[in-house]
Write a new protein. Structure first.
Lengths: 433, 325
């Protein structure tokens, strides 16, 4: 008898484990089509890159929709959204709505049939009239809308500490003007630039933003676009010039040098601005920085302020680089459709806009909490040519190599020529696949 | 709630029922065979479910991986050995392979060497259990957490500002540095810094096992040697070490496999930047970041082929030992 029981006991234990595993499965993603009736009790799974404050803001934004419909949003914030979606496309394990890494991936997913078109989900005429045309276009693949911008930011702003020198009355108009003024007004600041490019396995991206800001204003949107499309080579003189400008004008005048830039996390990069004596005069970063590091606790206008990236080549001075949280729909359940429709409306957008740290693609969302956000929003709506983050548009292998080589380059482990030659080699592989 | 109740019912009643039913069923099947054949067939019938699961969850995915590795990025057509050619022709992959070799040699040397040293030394002190516990504790920490902890240890701030990293603060106290530990590529210093993190975790494991083997050595042997006038060093070299060799071999193979599978520490601490990639992180990048399952699979197969001889050696050694007993 005893020997038999010794055999049975582990069997029961195994059964318990199996049951525990299967138990987790019955929370199913969304109830099967309820035929357009009430959404009460329905669930929409959402994955985005927003964590911490941004996550709180997003949840505040969907709260009125939840209250109104009785449906629930199950949100998960993660920084590895690329990895999750890349793994989800072949296996089909995908959320209902998700933040997309960029228009490049959006097109890839739309062509793979994973993304659902939004033309019959959104009120298209209202959407197009309220949203700046550049952004509407970025969400389209062969004439159909697949992605909408839940929030946007403009990149390439230059942040400064007005207590050291207030540039707001006469911001530098050109890159040379900026260099002259920076030297003249340096005071007791230890360096001109603050730079921090560490960001986990995405380390290097703030430096890619630098290259993009310089290239866009040095060579113009056409070269910029043909570059990320893989048509202009990395070894092209225009690209090399942008890299040289970055190394000679920026890295060489960085607080703590390139070594420190590699070791510093991007969200804390601007902290030396507020130190005494200041570590640097300027930080180049997108508008979202006001929600991070010491910016979050400082007061806009008195503790920090910004001016737009100055013109390098006068011809391209009104070009603006922006980014945004592009959202797409993977499952067209009634609840997901309803949520998508709600998210782009001005009242929904105003909730986040009011909380700060976000610009809305919707022109009718105007509840900006401070002057800085209001001015950023104005730049966004006025921009004649709007380009999306180039590195986010490149094939992922190219983008990752761009990040990695910016780390090596900034840290002084590579020369510009070495980095460009290596990147061109990667391009040969990444674009053909 | 009701569904949970049904699940519980299934667990408590149906699962054991099915299993007992299976045993009963095998006996029914065995009736067909003669009495002489029964004992030969019965173990295989009992093993069948386990072998089936092993096949389903281990052998089948392995074959799938090998097939994937011979296909193109989209898994649509066969491309022969292209993915393997890429692996052995790419600078990134070769750097990862070289780093893995460093991991393999130095992680094994560090953990087994320090583990042996500590085991032998603490064997002679009264506070042995305390000392062993302290060294063993890091193994209980997850590797990602260890990576984050050591990021603080290696933290770098520009010269002239307060050094918040433990290591830079320490060398700063004697007027050296600061050194950006994870950025120094010369002589693979940054890779060694990562290996140290892993060694910090696994030394305790090596120590505990070596210590146990040490306790198993007959004290009369050592006593006899000492009576004959052997010095402590001679006792160690002539008696203790040879008797520990089988244990050291087992731990070394375990550590070699751990080194080949290195991933978490590299991923959390450098993300593979500045030439610190290892095969594990490269595989992850190819599969989940670049969506190239074929190349990821090829890397997995290379890793598998590298581990097989070690496993084989381990098993044959284990068999040889069993034979002696």
């Amino acid at each position: 008898m005893t020997s038999r029981w010794r055999f049975i006991t582990p069997v029961v234990a195994l059964g318990l484990v199996l049951a525990a595993c299967s138990g987790g499965n019955n929370t199913g993603s969304a109830p099967a089509g309820s035929g357009g009736g009430s959404l009460n009790g329905a669930t929409v799974t959402v994955i985005g890159t927003w964590t911490d404050v941004e996550q709180t803001n997003f949840l505040a934004m969907v709260k009125p929709w939840e209250d109104q419909t009785g449906a629930k949003v199950k949100y998960q914030g993660t920084r590895s959204i690329n990895d999750i979606l890349a793994a989800g496309i072949p296996t089909g394990v995908l959320p209902d709505l998700a933040g997309l890494p960029g228009p490049g991936q959006m097109a890839e997913y739309a062509n793979a049939g994973a993304l659902k078109p939004l033309d019959d989900v959104l009120d298209v005429s209202t959407y197009t009239s309220e949203t700046s045309p550049g952004l509407v276009k970025l969400g389209q693949v062969s004439g159909k809308t697949y992605g909408v911008f839940i929030k946007a930011s403009i990149k390439g702003l230059i942040w400064f500490n007005p207590k050291l020198h207030d540039y707001s009355s006469s911001p530098p108009a050109t890159w040379d003007d900026l260099k002259t003024q920076a030297k003249a007004n340096q005071g007791n600041a230890k360096a001109i630039w603050c730079l921090g490019i560490s960001s986990g396995d995405a380390s290097g991206w703030p430096a890619t933003d630098w290259i993009e800001s310089i290239l866009l204003r040095q060579a113009g949107p056409d070269v910029y676009n043909s570059w990320w499309q893989g048509k202009t080579k990395w070894t092209d003189p225009a690209i090399k010039q942008a890299f040289d400008t970055y190394m000679n004008d920026v890295v060489a005048n960085t607080f703590g040098g390139g070594t420190n830039a590699v070791a510093t996390k991007f969200d804390l990069a601007g902290d030396p601005l507020f130190a005494s004596p200041p570590g640097c005069e300027f930080l180049h970063q997108a508008s979202f920085i006001t929600g991070l590091g010491k910016f979050a606790k400082a007061k806009a206008g008195t503790d920090y302020n910004f001016f737009p990236f100055p013109a390098i080549n006068d011809q391209f001075k009104s070009a603006v680089e922006g980014a945004g949280d592009l959202f797409g729909m993977f499952h067209d359940t009634p609840a997901a459709k309803s949520l998508m429709k709600y998210l782009v409306t001005a009242p929904a957008q105003d909730i986040w806009v009011k909380a700060g740290g976000a610009l809305s693609a919707n022109k009718n969302a105007t509840d900006y909490p401070d002057d800085i956000s209001k001015r950023s929003a104005a730049i966004l709506s006025k921009a004649t040519s709007f380009v999306f983050d180039a590195s986010d548009n490149m094939p992922t292998a190219m983008n990752a190599a761009f990040w990695t080589h910016m780390v090596s380059l900034t840290g002084g482990k590579e020369t510009v020529d070495q980095a460009l030659a290596a990147l061109q080699k990667v391009a040969g592989d990444a674009y053909t696949q | 709630m009701a569904s949970k109740f049904i699940t519980a019912l299934i667990v408590v009643v149906v699962v054991p029922g099915v299993l007992v039913g299976y045993i009963w069923l095998t006996e029914q099947v065995l009736r067909v065979f003669s009495e002489r054949m029964k004992p030969r067939i019965r173990p295989w019938l009992w093993l069948a479910p386990a072998l089936g699961l092993l096949g389903l969850f281990l052998v089948y995915p392995m074959i799938g991986t090998i097939i994937t590795s011979l296909q193109d990025k989209f898994g649509k057509k066969f491309v022969g050995l292209t993915n393997y050619a890429w692996f052995f022709g790419s600078d990134d992959a070769l750097t990862a392979l070289k780093n893995n070799l460093l991991w393999l040699v130095f992680l094994t040397l560090l953990t087994v060497g320090v583990g042996l040293l500590v085991a032998v030394l603490v064997d002679r002190v009264r506070y042995e259990s305390v000392a062993k516990s302290v060294i063993f504790v890091p193994l209980a920490i997850s590797m990602v957490a260890a990576g984050v902890i050591w990021l603080y240890m290696y933290n770098y701030n520009p010269p002239g500002s307060p050094q918040t990293g433990t290591l830079n603060a320490a060398i700063g106290a004697v007027g050296v540095g600061p050194i950006p530990w994870l950025q120094v590529e010369d002589f693979s210093v940054n890779t060694f810094m990562l290996i140290i993190v892993m060694a910090w975790m696994w030394t305790g494991f090596a120590m505990v096992i070596i210590s146990a083997a040490l306790k198993g050595i007959n004290p009369e042997l050592l006593e006899a040697a000492r009576v004959d006038g052997a010095t402590e060093l001679q006792v160690f070299r002539g008696i203790i070490f040879p008797l520990l060799v089988p244990t050291l071999v087992v731990i070394s193979t375990t550590m070699i496999i751990t080194a080949l599978k290195a991933f978490d520490v590299v991923y959390t601490m450098t993300g593979g930047n500045l030439n610190t990639n290892v095969v594990g992180t490269l595989m992850y990048q190819e599969m989940f970041r670049f969506g190239n399952y074929a190349r990821g699979a090829a890397i997995a197969v290379v890793l598998l082929v590298a581990i097989v001889p070690i496993m084989f050696f381990n098993i044959s050694r284990f068999r040889a030992q069993e034979a002696i007993r």
